[in-house]
Design a protein around this ligand. Sequence first.
Ligand code: AVJ
Length: 328
Amino acid sequence: MSPLSDPSAVVNPIAFHDYHPAPADLRAEVLEGLAKPRKRLSPKLFYDAEGSKLFDAICELPEYYPTRTEIAILRESGAEMAKRLGREALLVELGSGSSLKIRVLLEALRPAVYMPVDISSAHLRESAQALAATFPGLQVHAVCADYSAPFALPVEDHEHPRAAFFPGSSIGNFEPVDAEQLLRRVAAILGPDGRLLIGVDLIKERERLERAYNDAAGVTAAFNMNLLHRINRELDGGFDTTRFRHEAFFNAEQSRIEMHLLSTCEQQVEVAGARFAFEEGETIHTECSHKYSIDGFHALARRAGFEPEQVWTDPEQLFSVHCLVSRS
Ligand code: AVJ
């Protein structure tokens, strides 16, 4: 039978639900962040076209273990995870995956409905369409929304067990109290007995952690520095990028990798008509990537209204994937 005459091979059109998330106001965010006594910029600002490319390159680096380790865990234990999440599930993905991870999970889980939630409309539409084409028969509801703010699912659906997928240790970008609040909202979306499958990077030796954010090829440095290039491009900024350098270190007390852009001299920089002074050695804090122990993450999950059900790791215990059950 040719693909066209095989009804099971027909690609469903995707449904697109646009909640019109407020577009990031780069100018306002940058002016506000640089005016703080301790200058800081949100890691969300990394991901322009160039930054997204650099992030993809980071995921391929030998030193950056999280991506390949999480994929290996999904491959190894996908069948067990699928059992936990249930048959014919409605699967919500926080941040939409053009990546291998969601494909590995869809392969194992075969949900009835796939609902990617992403703030970037173009990226969401493209990746949702690509997945609909690879998984004929899968109902795809793409939701353009900011998942870090409250939102409701666009469909009244109570016939399928609900599950959510939040890979990549993206939860690590949030301060623990904000991470807790986000998980609480996910629990509310899932309702009682919903499952959350979430990837979390684990605490490990400082050397291993710091190497992952200070790669030999300098890709992470370029990713961090791209924020200054972006401000120069989009806000008519005057950053001399030869006078800043990438800095990343493990803050053990707060259990997080911190990324900064460090001013190598005393200088003044103009951005969008405003002037900012830097001391020599002063930094702009650009990212926190929190690392958890399994017990520490379980405690956070419980505070957010989940009960830990199962956890999978790799043989070196570098990374963890948790299945949590919502109580609310
Ligand atoms: C996408 C937030 C999970 O924290 O490891 C990688 C981003 N920053 N290298 C991480 C990142 C520098 C990444 N997350």
